[in-house]
Write a protein that binds this ligand. Structure first.
Ligand code: CA
Length: 232
């Protein structure tokens, strides 16, 4: 069971979502306007927000940014609901910090499955494993040590952080700008090429496991969801 906030002005969509999510046992909050949605989000601290892009008062993109920067709400997972033709592409959605997005008209069943997957992912992130085994890759977080198979790798502190950051967000695209700010801890003023250079070096050191870090053309990088299906 999760706490889910629906910010959506179309009454029929609001009702369908509300009904189906309650039926799954979730605690549901509903807002028809952006301002109201933000207020409820701060008050009720939902685990996940279903956010319509086109709202009567504030654009969904603005709400998403606010949710992801406000300390009270930044841990909420955000799923954007966009209409076809609104032409928000995936990249824009991810750059705003959205965790996923669904194009209307959507199948309720599919949306529910996506929500389950996101909630599962975020709860497993909370119980962070001390030792990670992913395919041939093994990471010991506490000791800052990494192995591929039996061989221990020599990673710099930065490479280690980059690897763990990508791993913790596996199967989610990380833009170069996001990696710069989260791994290097600065705003992306230097140059996003820095990220490419470090990812390249990290991949070389990872050898056979280098393919676990996938390139998402024009966007950034993504750690594979499954070692068997990693494509580099
Ligand atoms: Ca709308």
């Amino acid at each position: 069971m999760a706490r889910i906030l629906i910010i959506e002005d179309e009454a029929d969509i609001q009702q369908i979502l509300d009904y189906n999510l309650r039926e799954k046992g979730h605690k549901v909050f509903v807002a028809g306007r952006g301002e109201e949605g933000l207020r409820i989000a701060r008050e009720k601290k939902p685990d996940l927000v279903l956010l319509d892009l086109m709202l009567p008062d504030i654009p969904g993109t603005e709400i998403c940014k606010t949710l992801k920067t406000d300390p009270l709400t930044k841990n909420a997972q955000v799923v954007m609901l966009t209409a076809k033709g609104e032409e928000i592409d995936r990249v824009v959605g991810f750059e705003l910090g959205a965790d996923d997005y669904v194009v209307k008209p959507f199948s309720v069943r599919e949306l529910l499955l996506r929500i389950q997957a996101i909630l599962r992912r975020s709860s497993s992130e909370q119980e962070v494993a001390a030792t990670i085994q992913f395919g041939h890759l093994r990471i010991d977080r506490g000791a800052h040590r990494v192995w591929t198979g039996e061989a221990e790798l020599e990673l710099t502190a930065l490479e280690f952080k980059l690897l763990v950051t990508l791993y913790d967000r596996r199967n989610r695209v990380q833009t170069r700008a996001a990696l710069l700010s989260d791994v290097w801890g600065i705003d992306a003023d230097i140059t996003t090429r820095t990220v490419d250079t470090h990812v390249k070096r990290l991949r070389e050191k990872l050898g056979v496991c280098g393919d676990y870090i996938e390139t998402v053309r024009g966007v950034g990088y993504r750690f594979a969801d499954n070692p068997e299906e990693a494509t580099g």
